[in-house]
Write a protein that binds this ligand. Structure first.
Ligand code: IPE
Ligand code: IPE
Ligand code: MG
Length: 249
């Protein structure tokens, strides 16, 4: 017989453990995937976008509530102009083609990151996606575009400083909870797990505040080779971890 704690992790899906509520992924390795095949880098990014499609579908199917995907960092503008152009083109293509499909899957699309540097066409697609899927109650898919955690934290600090300067806020009233309310999407719980593909073991300016108690899973798989099975493996690994939040010895 299963003890209560174990029983909790078993779902009706063929014994697959209950997924964590919020999975965040640093989708890395597109360039190396293409290089290994002597293909142009854009081929890796294109394959990466297909994997996003499959990954969203699978997370939605198994009942993940929030999936945050790091698609373009605020530092990725430093890449060659042609690559940035390819990535923005793919993003436009993805949003243009997927919104209806995601809407049918009851997925709610949301975004984090600075919008000012994204093109008007992409901003329009973002607003359209938010509007169209805003009432959906299934998976919340959060795309991090032109996202940098340090500037997200600075943005929150600046807003609180403004309120203090205006006299509407006392510095003594600022605490972690209030600070977090000034980040991009304050209603979304912190990620339970952050997966990074391609063997790199760093955060690269992703969710620095929200990662305080996330479990980290680093896998060697390059993002374009990531599959439904890779998700299942990561979830199994997650369930082996003991989350203590500093409370237990
Ligand atoms: C991840 O793949 C995609 C983005 C950062 C947009 P990379 O392009 O970083 O792939 P590698 O790290 O060069 O293999
Ligand atoms: C992180 O990957 C950003 C995304 C996956 C969008 P990078 O490939 O840009 O990170 P670094 O440069 O290796 O740290
Ligand atoms: Mg990379």
């Amino acid at each position: 017989m299963l003890v209560a704690e174990e029983a909790e992790t078993i779902t009706e899906f063929g014994g697959m453990p209950t997924p964590p509520s919020h999975i965040a992924i640093i989708m890395d390795g597109n360039g190396r995937w293409a290089k290994k095949r002597l293909l142009p880098k854009v081929a890796g990014h294109r394959k990466g976008a297909e994997v996003v499609r499959k990954c969203v579908k699978e997370c939605s199917r198994i009942g993940v509530k929030y999936l945050t995907l790091y698609a373009f960092s605020s530092e990725n503008w430093k890449r060659p102009e042609d690559e940035v152009k390819d990535l923005m083109g793919l993003l436009k293509h993805y949003l243009n083609n997927e919104i209806d499909q995601l809407n049918k899957q009851n997925v709610r699309l949301r975004f984090i990151g600075g919008r000012e540097r994204l093109s008007p066409a992409i901003n329009e697609l973002i607003e359209n996606a938010e509007k169209k899927t805003g009432a959906n109650t299934g998976l919340q898919l959060i795309l991090a575009l032109n996202y940098g955690a340090q500037s997200e934290i600075v943005m929150a600090a600046r807003e609180l400083a403004r309120q203090v300067a205006e006299g509407s806020l006392s510095p003594d009233d600022i605490d972690e909870g209030m600070f977090a309310k000034h980040l991009y999407l304050p209603d979304i719980p912190d990620p339970d797990v952050i997966i990074r593909t391609s063997g790199e073991q760093r955060l690269s300016n992703f969710l620095l505040w929200q990662a305080a108690y996330s479990e980290f899973i680093f896998v060697e798989t390059l993002w374009p080779d990531f599959t439904e099975e890779s998700i299942a493996e990561a979830i199994c690994e997650y369930h082996k971890r003991e989350r203590r939040y500093g409370a237990r010895p």
